[in-house]
Design a protein. Structure first.
Lengths: 257, 94
């Protein structure tokens, strides 16, 4: 982990965080393609994954531009190793069952929609424009994942049990979204992005409303796994994901179609 | 298959001023999810501005075996087609 010394470094770190979240989660969601429990959900998940990959192109494209090292969004996506990724750990944990995938999606979508709402007012107009475009997609993601969490949570005995297990497993990954560091302080100072900690109250209100409707119980512990968004320590799952996601560019450098 | 979600028929309006057209069917647990699924399955390429969903078992259909009494009588009623009028040329295509 390198401590950023100036605004440009902090800005590109911030952009990597946004783009790596959508890239890694988008890849995870795409793993369901052809495997979802019903056709309709299969297509819906693929749509979500594609939305997230599309947003990745914008965030990582801007990150590459700000870095000014002549790299492209593709270079950043396919030619970095695990320690260079800046996504939340939540995005890289394995899918588990369908319920856990949708719970993870909901917990992310809720944060994502609030974050994008703030970024639409960014002092950097490129950031504001990306946020504006992404926010419409994410509003739909949130509506869909929230509905599914309620449907399964307040569903059968089995679906309720699975959703509670998913929430218990994923909740310790929520806290990382709100941990502020030097990069964030620099972004707040420049008016580019909000302080992550300032999103927590709105997030808790939204999430507890939906989870209450889903008859699910939020774990009391506020323990939070961390190390994803600053790159200090990813889970062992990220490396496995990258071997799948990056193998083509690694095996056939520069391959195009 | 008692655990199957009900079948929904999906109608989509392509643009304002047009009528909704049947585009296909899908499964969903309720009407709200049927609209969401229709959005994901049938409007991926910018096809629609409005979606209707109707649970398939609420649709009543004519029986194919009734086609004689239902449709054949109209075959011999040529006077129902407005083909006996001379249209002035300046009217153009009707």
């Amino acid at each position: 982990m390198t401590t950023p010394v100036n605004k440009e470094d902090a800005f590109s770190q911030f952009l990597l965080r946004m783009g790596d979240n959508t890239l890694i989660l988008g890849h995870r969601v795409s793993e369901w393609c052809g495997h979802a429990p019903v056709l309709e959900e299969d297509i819906a998940l693929a749509n979500t994954a594609l939305d997230l990959i599309g947003q990745t192109q914008m965030w990582l494209g801007l990150a590459a531009e700000v870095q000014g090292l002549g790299k492209s969004a593709d270079d950043l996506a396919f030619l970095r190793d695990a320690w260079d990724f800046r996504n939340l750990l939540l995005c890289e944990v394995p899918n588990g069952d369908f319920g856990r995938t949708l719970m993870r999606q909901f917990l992310f979508d809720a944060w994502h929609s609030i974050q994008l709402g703030r970024l639409m007012k960014s002092s950097d107009e490129r950031v504001a424009a990306i946020a504006e475009k992404a926010s419409k997609e994410v509003a739909y993601h949130l509506e869909r994942s929230a509905d599914t969490v309620v449907g399964l949570g307040d569903g059968t005995e089995e679906s309720h049990r699975r959703m509670q297990e998913a929430l218990d497993y994923l909740w310790p990954y929520v806290g990382e979204m709100f941990q502020s560091d030097d990069v964030d302080a620099e972004m707040v100072k420049a008016g580019i992005a909000p302080d992550p900690a300032s999103l927590r109250e709105e997030y808790d209100t939204l999430v507890s409303r939906i989870l209450t409707e889903a008859t699910l119980t939020i774990p009391e512990s506020r323990f939070a796994h961390k190390g994803g968004r600053n790159g200090a320590m990813h889970t062992e799952h990220l490396g496995h994901l990258l071997t799948q996601m990056q193998w083509l560019q690694r095996a056939y450098p520069g391959a195009k179609w | 298959m008692k655990n199957e979600w009900p079948l929904w028929e999906i109608f989509i309006r392509g643009q304002h001023g047009m009528s909704h057209r049947h585009v296909g069917s899908l499964h969903a647990p309720d009407a709200e999810m049927a609209i969401k699924n229709a959005r994901d399955v049938y409007t991926r390429r910018n096809e629609g501005v409005s979606i209707w969903v109707v649970e398939a078992n609420h649709i009543s259909a004519s029986s194919p075996s009734d086609k004689g009494p239902l449709y054949e009588p109209s075959e011999s009623k040529v006077y129902r087609h407005p083909t006996f009028f001379d249209i002035p040329e300046e009217v153009g295509a009707m």
